[in-house]
Design a protein around this ligand. Structure first.
Ligand code: KG4
Ligand code: ZN
Length: 341
């Protein structure tokens, strides 16, 4: 079964072809980062218009890379939500219209389910059940995952998501949008211990997070510094910020394994690309005897491959496909509201 995946929930247009037997055949991605950078964040209307410009050329290049034609596609999966309404509508309308024209069904996919299942794209995929640490720009959640669509929320952030905290702190340190990856790069040249930031909710006794206070702590350091921050100061603050976030994420992820009675951890979402987070979890896994799985770096942030995969896994698990031609998006959509496949 060959499934086309379409992702357009935010500022990346992603297309991919996933085959139930052969795996991922090809994928293509266009990032709008450069376009939004001059505004310091995503401009929803510009995002929608750019998805419209990119989506057909990306489909063509994905088909060409896979050596397939439109007639080979058995179903079209697309991101139904959560995300920006206008951006979602582009991918959704495109996918439904294409599937209708081809006489094929569609599979509306939850964006976070795509992230959650993305480590299954790896050569050595984890088996169910596992605990997933979902750390993206909009979400920070710990989930017990027992199968496709069977997600139990163990804990989540009460305010900012980890990625959001990275981006906001990066902005305070004068880094351009989206600053998360740049902040983590800067942190690598920072000296540990020069500044110490709080570890919010580390000992809260539950599996929830709170990251908005950390951004305020960064703001306080920047204000105390007074003059235009120099490179050393910014690197040391970035280091302190990253260490605080990583310690909390790693500690709660291990607590979640204990609570769920599992020894397999899956990390997904953009912050899963963070090298210090990976190194900390790898070291803990070795020490404590659990396994930890990450998506390939290119599939940590938004992409079409994870949507094609999630759609294909749902169909293979017996979820009914939808007749093409009618559509709706769901900009707000809790992951725990999904029906198991
Ligand atoms: O999963 P994603 O692409 O988008 C959402 O669905 O939200 O995640 C994007 C987030 C951004 O906040 C970005 O700053 C963050 O992931 N991010 C990172 C790194 N790379 C991306 N945060 C920390 N370290 C990184 N290396
Ligand atoms: Zn995402």
């Amino acid at each position: 079964m060959l499934v086309l995946g379409v992702e357009s929930s935010c500022d990346e247009t992603g297309l991919a072809l996933y085959d139930s037997a052969a795996g991922l055949l090809a994928h293509a991605l266009h990032s709008q980062v450069a376009m939004h950078a001059e505004y310091g964040g995503v401009v929803p209307e510009l995002a929608s218009r750019d998805h419209i410009r990119r989506i057909v050329p990306l489909l063509r290049s994905t088909l060409a890379r896979a050596g397939k034609t439109l007639a080979d596609i058995d179903a079209v999966a697309y991101t139904r939500g959560p995300g920006l309404a206008g951006a979602l509508l582009v991918g959704c309308a495109f996918a439904e219209a294409l599937a209708l024209a081809l006489g094929r069904p569609t599979v509306p996919v939850h964006h976070l389910e795509g992230h959650l299942l993305s480590p299954l794209l790896a050569a050595d995929p984890p088996a169910f059940p596992f605990v997933a640490l979902l750390v993206s720009g909009g979400h920070t959640q710990l989930m017990k995952v027992t199968g496709v669509g069977a997600y139990e929320l163990l804990g989540e952030t009460l305010d900012d998501a980890a990625g959001e905290a990275f981006d906001k702190s990066a902005k305070l340190l004068g880094l351009p949008y989206p600053g998360g990856a740049l902040l983590s790069k800067l942190a690598e040249s920072g000296t540990p211990g020069v500044y110490t930031l709080p570890r919010p909710m580390l000992h809260s006794g539950d599996l929830d997070f709170s990251f908005s206070g950390l951004k305020t702590a960064v703001l306080t350091l920047v204000r105390e510094w007074g003059e235009v921050p120099d490179e050393r100061f910014r690197a040391d603050v970035a280091r302190a910020f990253q260490e605080a976030v990583v310690e909390v994420l790693a500690s709660k992820a291990q607590k979640a394994l204990k609570v769920a009675g599992l020894d397999r951890l899956v990390v997904a979402g953009g912050v899963g690309a963070n090298r210090q987070l990976r190194a900390t979890l790898d070291a803990a896994a070795k020490r404590r005897g659990f396994s930890v799985h990450y998506p390939e770096l290119e599939f940590c942030t938004d992409n079409g491959a994870m949507i094609a995969l999630a759609g294909c896994l749902r169909l293979m698990a017996g979820s009914p496909a939808k007749a093409a031609g009618s559509f709706a998006v769901q900009p707000r959509w809790p992951l725990t509201g999904l029906v198991p496949a």
